[in-house]
Structure formats: C-alpha cells, structure tokens
Design a protein around this ligand. Structure first.
Ligand SMILES: O=C(O)C(=O)C[C@]1(C(=O)O)C=C[C@@H](O)C=C1
Length: 361
C-alpha cells in the first residue's frame, strides 16, 4: 500500500478500534445488567421462565425505530438478537428443540430467532420437538408451519391442535434450495432425497433438469444431506448451510420453483407472552356442519374490527367433512377488541383453542 493511503487509513482504523472498545465496555455493562435482572427474577419468580419474548421483540423494534443510520436497520435484528442471546445465556441457558440434523432450515430459523448462545436439541421429527418441549427437555421448540409454495405443514398443525404448548414467536425465512452431492457433480447419482416439502418445492426444476432421478423422501433435508455424505449415488436437496455442515459440493443453487419461496416458523413453549403493541393471536376453531357456519364463525372478527391474516383448514378426521380452522388475527388476546372477539368466537364455535398471542416478526 502506498504511504498516503496508509496515512488516511490509519487514523480511521484507530477510531474503529477505540469505538469497538467502547462497544465492548458497554456490552459488558449490559451483560451485568442482565445478570442483575436474572437475580431479581429468581427472587420474585424462582423457576419461572428467563425468556421474555415480548421484551426481546420490543427492544429490537425500539432500536430499529430510533436508528438514524448509516448502520442498516435490518442488521439491528441480527446484531441485537445475538447480544440479547448472550446476555440471556448468562442468566440461564435456553435450550431450543428443532428438526435436525445440523444445517436444517429449522436450525437456521431457531438461531435467527434466539441467537447462537443457546443449547441445541436436534430432533428426528416434529413430534419429537413437541415432546421434548412438553417434557421440559427444551424450553422452546421451532417448527415450520407454512410455506409460500406448498402451503401448510400439516403435521405441525396437527401437533398444535393436541399440544398444551403456546405459540410465542414467529420467524419467516427465505428458502433457497440447493442440489448437493459428495463430488459436487451428478456422475453416478441415481437418487435425489429431501423432505417431501422440498421435493414438492423443486418438482418442476427436477423434472426439467434431472427427469431420470428417483425421488425419495427423507425425514428432513439435512438428514438427506447426511445420507448423501455417506452415499455417492444420492443427491440431496437442502439449504447451503447443510452442504457446509456435511461437507457436500453444490451442483446447483436456487432450484426452488418459486424464487420468492419462504417458510414461516413458529416458536412454541410453555410461556405466556405479554403484549408489545404489535402482536398476532393464533386460534383453532371448528364450526357445526351447516350452511353459513363459516361465515357466522368469522362474524365476531369483523364486528369487533379485528383483522384476520390467515385462515387454514384441516380435516377433523371424523369422516364427516368436518374441519378445524386455523385462524391468525392481528392483536394480542389482552387487547380489548381481541378479548371480546375471542369470547364471541368461543361462544359460537363447536371447538375453540387459543394457541397464543405473540410479537409479529
Ligand atoms: O429483561 C429481561 O427480563 C432480561 O432477562 C434481559 C433480556 C435482555 O438481555 O435484554 C434477556 C432475556 C429476556 O428474554 C429478555 C431480555
């Protein structure tokens, strides 16, 4: 480097060094404050949850609103999620259960939601995720609930119906699928493996580029990647994180049929989340089997000025063409309009279950 460049860079880098030291000193003060909060919680609510989803969401939203730049507002979420995660970890380590193995999109969603200072509990199925949280082996679970190409993740909907756990957060990820093999090419490859959702999300691409491959279901994409790492005749469809985790070479990237492909994940746990002023509430309803019943069921929402953001149906498996309706609405169950709408819904419905109120991502 020439001298004048060095002369200009040096003082700027010294400034960055000094600022980083100040940031570090402040982070340590913050960590101490979190430890003090932990002691207060212990004193007043021994054994109660350390995780306060509403507080974490409010901190990040407040900073995003106050940010004057040039530090990008999108980066505030990622940076403060990690700061809060590290501070929370000093109070008590949060265990997060999700569908593994290493490198799954569920893992990515869990870490984006709760930061890296967590204990990871990788599970073999969505059922196991729910069981682990219900049994207290993990405080929270992260499960996919809907995909923009393939719609609802039915197993998650069924588990939500039968589980006592509450929804305490949501996280949407953009899902970019890659085709990966041991060698990084398709020589000798006869089979492609992935979770059925991923196979469905890439079906046109596979038909166009690899029509001869046998398509086999795996319990997760990351599991398919694990198998591909052992078997040179198998290609896996998974995220780039899985290729890295299992030492696979990428054959093609961005192979999902919809470039805007996204999956929404829910965080579940035995924790009630307080209002933040920007929340959603999820409920499950069933209506009597008669004309106009769905229309009548939803009337309390309009009557109370509550907006619905999602309506999903799932057969009740009675063989009678009866359905459970999964409804997301705007607002927290403690907001007066929502409280009133929920009470009216409950009165009209043949079945009613609140899944929880939680901060909107
Ligand atoms: O405010 C609290 O209750 C804390 O425990 C502190 C803190 C934080 O680091 O800001 C950490 C964990 C909680 O989930 C929320 C916030």
């Amino acid at each position: 480097m020439d001298n004048s460049l060095q002369n200009q860079l040096l003082p700027l880098r010294e400034r960055i060094d000094a600022l980083d030291e100040q940031i570090l000193a402040l982070l340590n003060q913050r960590a101490q404050a979190a430890l003090d909060v932990g002691k207060v919680k212990q004193e007043f609510d021994a054994g109660g949850p350390i995780l306060k989803p509403e507080r974490e969401a409010s901190i990040i939203r407040r900073l995003q609103g106050a940010n004057q730049g040039p530090f990008p507002s999108q980066a505030i979420d990622a940076v403060w999620t990690q700061i809060i995660s590290a501070c929370r970890g000093l109070e008590s380590v949060l265990t997060v259960a999700y569908l593994g193995p290493q490198g799954s999109f569920s893992e990515q969603a869990a870490l984006e939601q709760f930061g890296n200072s967590v204990e990871k509990l990788r599970c073999a199925s969505f059922d196991e995720v729910f069981r682990a949280v219900e049994a207290g082996q993990a405080q929270v679970g992260m499960v996919p609930v809907e995909n923009s190409t393939e719609g609802a993740v039915n197993r998650t909907l069924d588990l939500l119906l039968n589980s006592p756990l509450k929804v305490l957060g949501e996280r949407s990820l953009s899902i970019h699928h890659c085709l990966m093999t041991q060698s990084g090419n398709m020589q000798g490859v006869t089979r492609v493996m992935a979770h059925p959702q991923a196979l469905a999300q890439c079906q046109s691409w596979l038909t166009l580029h690899h029509p001869g491959l046998i398509r086999d279901a795996a319990s997760s994409n990351a599991e398919a990647a694990r198998i591909a790492a052992e078997d040179p005749t198998v290609a896996a469809i998974a995220g780039a994180m899985a290729a890295e985790a299992w030492g696979l070479g990428l054959v093609a990237s961005g192979i999902q049929d919809d470039p805007q492909n996204r999956t929404r994940f829910l965080a579940v746990g035995a924790i009630d989340t307080l209002p933040t002023g920007h929340d959603k509430t999820s409920v499950i309803l069933a209506v009597p089997n008669r004309a106009g019943a769905v229309y009548d069921m939803l009337a309390p929402l309009a009557d109370n000025g509550v907006s619905m953001t999602r309506l999903e149906s799932r057969p009740a498996r009675t063989g009678q063409w009866e359905y459970y309706f999964y409804v997301d609405l705007l607002g927290h169950r403690n907001d007066p309009a929502v409280t009133k709408a929920l009470a009216d819904l409950k009165r009209r419905a043949a079945f009613f279950k609140e899944l929880g109120s939680y901060p909107i991502q």
